[in-house]
Design a protein around this ligand. Structure first.
Ligand code: G6P
Length: 606
C-alpha cells in the first residue's frame, strides 16, 4: 500500500527519493510522486510505475530536502491530481500522507465554506490546507502540525515540508514511520526496507509522536506535548538490497528461496534427537503451556490460510481447541476473550490494519497476543512485544509464497512445543521434527523438476472459473492455491473442503471444467478420491497434486507429484505446484506477476 520516503540532508534529495520509491514498489501502488524544496516546491507526480515517473523527471531537480510517495487509491480515483505530494493553497507546504482521514469530507466542506479550493479528491489534501493555515498564522512547523491534526479522525503517517522553514516534520498515528539518521542527513520511510542500505540504526515513531528535523537536529515530541518515549533500535536482520538477481520476477525468486527461508525459520528451534521444539520469543514455560485452555489465531489473506493450517496442527498435536479467525471480522463479533488463552497474530508485513485492530481488541479485553511476523520491528511485532520472527527474508512480490511456508513452519514448531508440554510423545515428536528438517531438501528436489505445470496451466487458461478441493490440512492448501491463482490471474477461483463439494460447488461442474485437487498420501486421501470420482462423473477434468508414486495419479488428467513427506508437513510441499501454476498462468496471460492489479502487499487500512 502507500509508501513514504523523505530526506533532509546534505546530499541531493531526488536520487535518494527515487531509489527509495523503487524499494517501496513491492507494497503495491497505482501512482507515485515527489516534491523537492527549493525557492518553490518542485512537484512531479503521476499515475503508473515509479520507472515512468523517473523517466518523466527533468535531468536535474536540485535540492537537498524532499518528500516522495507511492499511492494506493482509497479516497479519489487513480489520477495524477490525486497522487501525492499535496500542496497547500499557496504552495508553501507540501505533504505526503499514508492512512485515511475518516472525517476529511466534513473538514473539506468547512474549508470550502471559508473559500478554499482543492486540487484533488483525496482526504490527505485537507492536511496540507490546515498546515498552511497554521504556519501562515505564525506557528512553528511542529505546532502547525499539532493544529492541523486537531480533530482529525483516522490514521496517518505524514511527512511535511515548509517553504518558510528549513524543517522536515513527521507525525504518526496508526501508519508507521521509521527514521534513520545517517552521516549526511535524515531519511524517513514508511517501512524499514528502503532504509537498510543507509543505516541499521532506526527510530520507529510511536502513535501520537511528532518528529522534527532541521538545523538543530532531531526532536521527537508527543502530540499532546512532552517528550516521546521512543528510542533508537538496531534492525537485527539486515535484508539488504533484495535484488532480483537472475530471476525474471520476485515471485519466482521467492518461490525458489523457500528451502533456504525454511532452513532459517527451523534453525535452532528443533531438536530431531529429542523431538523438542522451542520458539525463543514465546517466553512461555512448559507449566504455562500446560494450562492454556485454547488457542486463537488471526490473519488475513495468505496469513489466514497459514493460520488455518496452524489451527489444525495445534489441535492435533497439543489436544486443545484451536481456531483461526479472519482478522477483519474479529472485533466486530464482540468476541469473548479468555486472558488465559493463547493468541497469535500471523502477518508477513506486521502492518496489516485488520490484524492490528484484532490485536488491540484482545489486549483491551485483558488477553496477550504473540506475533508470528516476518518484518522485524514492524507494528504488530512491537504491539505484541512477544512472539516469533519467521525469518523469511524480504518478500517483495505482492503474492506471498515463502512467507506462507515459514508461517506454517513456525506454527508447526509451536504446535510441537505445546504438544510436548502436553500429550505429544517424544517418539512422535522426533519423527515430525526429522520430517520438518527434511522439507527444505525435498522442496529443492521438487523445484528442480516441478512436473507438468504447463499442462495444468493450459487447462486453467481455458477455464472461466476454477474449483480447488482438498481435505484436512490440504483443504487450506486448496484455499491458498485458489487465492494465489485468483490474485495473479483474475480468474474466479473457489476453494472448498472436498467433502463439502457435493453440497454446492458440484453445481458448477460441467464437461471439461478443470478442478484442482490437493490430495497427498494422508489419512483422508481415500475420501478425497471419492470427490475426484464425483467430479469426473460430471465431466470435470482433474488437475491433481499428489504424493510421488501414488496410484491416485492415474485418476487425474494432469497429475503433479510432490516428494513424500511427513503427512503433517505436506502443505509445505503441496502448495508449491499451486504457486507455480499461478505464476505461469499469469505469465501466459501477460499479466504483472509481482504487482497484480488493485492488490497491495501490506494493507494498512481497515
Ligand atoms: C494483503 C496481501 C496478501 C497478504 C495479506 C496479509 O492482502 O495482498 O498477500 O497475505 O495482505 O498480509 P500480512 O502482511 O498481514 O501477512
Amino acid at each position: 500500500m502507500c509508501g513514504i520516503i523523505a530526506y533532509h540532508g546534505r546530499r541531493q534529495a531526488a536520487p535518494i527519493l527515487v531509489n527509495g520509491l523503487r524499494r517501496l514498489e513491492y507494497r503495491g501502488y497505482d501512482s507515485a510522486g515527489l516534491a523537492i524544496r527549493g525557492a518553490a516546491f518542485d512537484v512531479r507526480k503521476r499515475t503508473g510505475k515509479v520507472a515512468e515517473l523517473e523517466s518523466s523527471l527533468p535531468a536535474k531537480m536540485p535540492g537537498t530536502i524532499g518528500i516522495a510517495h507511492t499511492r494506493w487509491a482509497t479516497h479519489g480515483g487513480v489520477t495524477d491530481e490525486n497522487a501525492h505530494p499535496h500542496l497547500g493553497p499557496e504552495q508553501r507546504v507540501a505533504i505526503v500522507h499514508n492512512g485515511i482521514i475518516e472525517n476529511a469530507s466534513r473538514i473539506r466542506r468547512h474549508l470550502e465554506r471559508q473559500g478554499a479550493t482543492f486540487r484533488s479528491e483525496t482526504d490527505s489534501e485537507v492536511i496540507a490546507h490546515r498546515l498552511e493555515q497554521a504556519v501562515a498564522k505564525g506557528q512553528t512547523p511542529v505546532d502547525a502540525m499539532r493544529t492541523a491534526l486537531k480533530g482529525l479522525r483516522g490514521t496517518w503517517g505524514i511527512c511535511a515540508l515548509f517553504l518558510d522553514h528549513d524543517e522536515l516534520v513527521c507525525a504518526r498515528n496508526g501508519s508507521p514511520l521509521v527514521l534513520g539518521e545517517t552521516e549526511h542527513g535524515l531519511i524517513v520511510t514508511s517501512d524499514p526496507q528502503p532504509l537498510a542500505e543507509h543505516t541499521d540504526r532506526v527510530i520507529i515513531l510511536e502513535d501520537g509522536d511528532i518528529a522534527a528535523f532541521g538545523k538543530g537536529g532531531l526532536a521527537i515530541e508527543r502530540l499532546e506535548g512532552g517528550q516521546s518515549g521512543t528510542s533508537p533500535i538496531t534492525l537485527e536482520e539486515s535484508w539488504g538490497e533484495a535484488e532480483l538477481g537472475d530471476y525474471p520476477h520476485y515471485m519466482l525468486k521467492e518461490i525458489y528461496e523457500q528451502p533456504d527461508a525454511l532452513r532459517h525459520c527451523i534453525s535452532g528451534r528443533l531438536n530431531a534427537k529429542t523431538g523438542n521444539a522451542r520458539l525463543g520469543g514465546m517466553h512461555l514455560t512448559a507449566k504455562q503451556l500446560r494450562k492454556v485452555p485454547h488457542v486463537r489465531l488471526l490473519g488475513c489473506g495468505t496469513a489466514l490460510n497459514a493460520a488455518l493450517i496452524g489451527q489444525q496442527l495445534i489441535e492435533r498435536l497439543a489436544r486443545i481447541p484451536a481456531v483461526a479467525h479472519v482478522s477483519s471480522e474479529f472485533r466486530y463479533q464482540d468476541p469473548v476473550v479468555n486472558p488465559e488463552a493463547l493468541h497469535f497474530a500471523v502477518s508477513q508485513s506486521g502492518e496489516t490494519m485488520d490484524t492490528i485492530a484484532a490485536i488491540k481488541e484482545i489486549q483491551l479485553k485483558g488477553g496477550d497476543v504473540h506475533g508470528v511476523v516476518n518484518v522485524v520491528g514492524s507494528t504488530i511485532a512491537r504491539l505484541c512485544g512477544q512472539g516469533v520472527y519467521m525469518h523469511s527474508g524480504p518478500e517483495q512480490s505482492v503474492a506471498s509464497t515463502k512467507a506462507f511456508s515459514n508461517m506454517v513452519a513456525a506454527l508447526t514448531i509451536f504446535a510441537m512445543q505445546i504438544g510436548r508440554a502436553r500429550q505429544l510423545s517424544a517418539n512422535e515428536a522426533r519423527v515430525l521434527a526429522k520430517g520438518l528438517q527434511e522439507v527444505p531438501d525435498l522442496i529443492e528436489r521438487y523445484l528442480a523438476d516441478p512436473g507438468p505445470i504447463d499442462d495444468a496451466v493450459a487447462m486453467v487458461l481455458e477455464a472461466p472459473s476454477l474449483l480447488f478441493l482438498g481435505r484436512g490440512l490440504s483443504a487450506n492448501v486448496a484455499k491458498e492455491g485458489a487465492l494465489k491463482v485468483m490474485e495473479l490471474t483474475y480468474i474466479p477461483c473457489l476453494a472448498y473442503p472436498a467433502g463439502e463439494m457435493k453440497h454446492g460447488p458440484i453445481a458448477l461442474l460441467e464437461e471439461g471444467r478443470p478442478v484442482v485437487v490437493v490430495a497427498p498420501d494422508d489419512a483422508v486421501k481415500d475420501k478425497v478420491a471419492s470427490a475426484i470420482h464425483e467430479c469426473k462423473a460430471r465431466g470435470a477434468r482433474i488437475i491433481l497434486v499428489c504424493t510421488e508414486g501414488d496410484e491416485l495419479a492415474q485418476e487425474a488428467d494432469v497429475a503433479i507429484e510432490v516428494p513424500r513427506t511427513h503427512p503433517l508437513c505436506s502443505p509445505l510441499l503441496t502448495v508449491l505446484p499451486l504457486q507455480l501454476m499461478a505464476y505461469r498462468t499469469a505469465l501466459a496471460l501477460d499479466l504483472d506477476v509481482d504487482r497484480p492489479r488493485n492488490l497491495a502487499k501490506s494493507v494498512t487500512v481497515e
